[in-house]
Design a binder for this molecule. Structure first.
Ligand code: FES
Length: 162
């Protein structure tokens, strides 16, 4: 079964994965770094790569899957060009109800989804660590604070034009 699934990897993907594993000496103690590198290279964790890793690192696929689902940093689907992360931690939650509703209306997607044109991915996390400027979001790695519905509307409009 494992062999069959691995066979479905594209040759180019297999070469990329091999390069990453070579870099980490096939050491299963580096599993998180390996997963991070795969995500950097592919933009997400291709599901088939889990089985390839399992075989090459000699670790059960369930363990690899367990680690990669435990950490929210890992994604199994390709993200949109613009990755919007909105905070819904305690400080932000008090003032972001309207904002989150607006985002979902403007983008037409729910948290964890990507627009069909691959322009936007949207997700919600517990705290972005900038509570003093809540409500907060992070767009393509950049923090935006003291959000209002107006600011968010402008931000999404600007991102659509890029
Ligand atoms: S609760 Fe939103 S940044 Fe901390």
């Amino acid at each position: 079964m494992t062999q069959n699934i691995e066979y479905k990897l594209k040759e180019q993907d297999r070469r990329e994965l091999k390069k990453i594993l070579d870099q980490f000496n096939y050491d299963k103690n580096n599993l998180i770094s390996i997963l991070q590198t795969i995500q950097d290279v592919f933009g997400f964790l291709p599901r088939n790569s889990m089985f390839y890793l399992a075989k090459k690192l000699q670790v059960p696929a369930a363990e690899i899957y367990g680690v990669s689902t435990f950490y929210t940093q890992f994604k199994f689907d390709k993200l949109g060009k613009n990755h919007l992360i909105f905070c819904d931690g305690t400080a932000c939650h008090l003032r972001n109800r309207e904002i989150l509703g607006l985002v979902e209306t403007l983008l037409g997607i729910k948290p964890g989804e990507t627009t069909s044109d691959m322009q936007f991915s949207y997700e919600i996390v517990a705290c972005l660590g900038c509570c003093a400027i809540s409500p907060v979001c992070m767009v393509n790695g950049e923090i935006y604070g003291n959000l209002t519905t107006n600011k968010v509307k402008k931000l999404i409009k600007k991102l659509r034009k890029q």
